[in-house]
Structure formats: C-alpha cells, structure tokens
Design a protein around this ligand. Structure first.
Ligand code: ZN
Length: 54
C-alpha cells in the first residue's frame, strides 16, 4: 500500500482513511499526506497493470 512520501508512479490514489482522491501526474511526484492526516493510499481501480500480483 503506497504511503505519503512515496513515489508510486502516475495515477490516482485514494486515501485509506477518508476516501479522498489524490492524483500524481508525474513519476517523480510523491504522495502528500491527506487533509485528514491519513498517510496510506490505495491506487484507484481501472486498468490493471500487466503482471500485477494483486
Ligand atoms: Zn484522507
């Protein structure tokens, strides 16, 4: 599960605490802590990367 401060790559991430969405537009962009102070995120669904284990 990606956490604030990590750079999990482009895409949309959803706060595990409150469900707020955050979008990373660059590979070099790090996730910011959510306004609710949540620091864990899950990647928003859609197409799955090929070879993903989960
Ligand atoms: Zn949140």
């Amino acid at each position: 599960m990606p956490k604030a401060g990590e750079k999990p790559g482009k895409g949309k991430y959803i706060c595990a605490e409150c469900g707020a969405e955050q979008e990373l537009k660059k590979e070099s962009q790090a996730l910011a802590a959510c306004a609710c102070e949540g620091t864990e995120f899950r990647k928003k669904g859609g197409k799955r990367p090929v070879g993903a284990k989960k």
